[in-house]
Design a protein around this ligand. Structure first.
Ligand code: GLY
Ligand code: MN
Ligand code: MN
Length: 415
């Protein structure tokens, strides 16, 4: 990724800030400071969005004073002990190279900077992440400090600003997501080569190997590999059952690249062939996905897209006798989630719940879950909203009954 992207991101946020304000974004402290390993650590996406950096503990400050905008970043100095155990932090020059921020200082100047700002600005933006714990996080602690020491400064929430800018993706962000989707595709093909009556986690492992091999930098979310009735639990993640011949298995998975996510679901027959009943239900879901796609365009809301799918299901499920009345309640017995969410740095990305605009990337993920038949089907693709409609970003990932059966027949490895 290029530093120009992060410069643009900062400009977009600065544009939305009130004049005479600063915005402070923390990357969380390393929860494991001092121990042997740097455990996998959940990055602050808003911090990454502004800087392109993944290092923990840093603080980025955007300032807009008397109409002039600039950015500063505070980082850890070199530490020989940490360098030997977990690697040296980036140097000031490296931080500038990645983020485009020229004003790089060390973290110990933070308190002094805040004192200086207190006489220069009227507002401070902090990122109030929903906090379910009973401890205050850095932003809440700082807000409390400000109220105590600088009561004349307004404390504002930066979340609505990030929500607005992250709802629309740039070409460079879309490209990262295309890469993530393409790596996910490789992983899915590898599952198909090995599909058969195995444990769900074994089938999942064929995905994992290809993600790493192809340079995926992470997972968008924990993989769901749910065979038979397990697939009726939307977020089943145990992946510990043995899939049986005759079962369908639902995979909901995604690689990420440079923090940008893909989010794909596919449902496959363990035996390599769908039964007539499975095929009937699968094709209803597949056609529903197309109906949603055909209606995806600027101006429509994801709630309206979901209602279009539900109205389609009322007709289709009634036709096959699965529901006895064309009502919302009947549909909800077999379809009980939404059809779309935004995707980006988070799999369920920050977004404005307003009519869609060109440049948003959303999921299109209809499902049908018939617990009494041990069948759960979800088909999920990632879709870019364009000026005139929409584009399937994941169109290369195998999807029709015929293509799935053919691929398995031609590519399954004898084991
Ligand atoms: N993988 C979670 C979802 O599809 O929303
Ligand atoms: Mn998904
Ligand atoms: Mn999804």
């Amino acid at each position: 990724m290029t530093k120009e992207l992060f410069i643009k991101h900062r400009e977009a946020v600065l544009d939305l800030m009130e004049d005479n304000s600063i915005l402070i974004e923390f990357n969380r402290p390393n929860l494991n400071d001092g121990a042997v390993f740097n455990y996998k650590y959940d990055e602050n996406r808003n911090y990454f969005y502004l800087t392109g950096l993944l290092e923990y503990e840093n603080i980025v400050i955007l300032q807009k004073i008397k109409g002039n905008s600039s950015s500063m970043i505070l980082i850890n100095p070199y530490d020989e002990f940490k360098a030997k155990w977990v690697g040296a932090p980036l140097s000031k020059e490296e931080v500038t190279e990645i983020s485009g921020i020229k004003n790089v200082r060390y973290l110990d100047s933070f308190n002094q900077l805040i004192n200086q700002y207190s006489s220069l600005v009227n507002n401070i933006y902090l990122d109030f992440v929903p906090n379910k714990s009973n401890r205050l996080n850095e932003d809440e602690l700082l807000a409390k400090d400000f109220k105590d020491h600088f009561p004349w400064i307004n404390i504002l929430n930066s979340r609505p600003l990030f929500t607005k800018v992250r709802t629309i993706k740039s070409e460079e962000e879309i490209n990262e997501m295309r890469k993530a989707i393409s790596i996910t595709n490789e992983g899915i093909k590898n599952i198909l080569r090995h599909i058969g009556p195995k444990y769900e986690y074994q089938l999942e492992s064929y995905f994992d190997q290809l993600i790493k091999y192809n340079g995926g930098t992470g997972y968008a979310f924990p993989t769901i590999a749910a065979s038979g009735e397990n697939a009726c639990c939307l977020h089943y993640m145990d992946n510990t059952s043995k899939a049986k011949d005759g079962d369908l298995i639902l995979f909901d998975l995604g690689s990420s690249v440079n923090m940008y996510c893909s989010d794909i679901s596919r449902t496959f027959p363990i035996s390599g062939k769908f039964t007539e009943r499975q095929k009937e239900l699968y094709n209803i879901v597949l056609k529903g996905q197309q109906v949603v796609f055909d209606n995806t365009k600027p101006g429509i809301t994801t709630k309206e897209l979901n209602q279009i799918l539900r109205d389609y299901y009322k007709e289709e499920l009634y036709k096959i006798g699965l529901i006895k009345e064309k009502t919302e309640e009947e549909v909800s017995k077999y379809y009980y989630h939404g059809v779309s969410h935004h995707i980006g740095l988070d799999c369920h990305d920050l977004c404005e719940y307003t009519p869609l605009k060109a440049g948003s990337i959303i999921s299109n993920e209809p499902g049908l879950y018939i617990s009494e038949e041990g069948i759960g089907i979800r088909i999920e693709d990632d879709v870019l909203v364009t000026e005139n409609g929409a584009e399937w970003l994941s169109k290369d990932i195998i999807k029709t009954v015929e293509d799935i059966e053919k691929f398995i027949k031609e590519n399954r490895v004898n084991e």
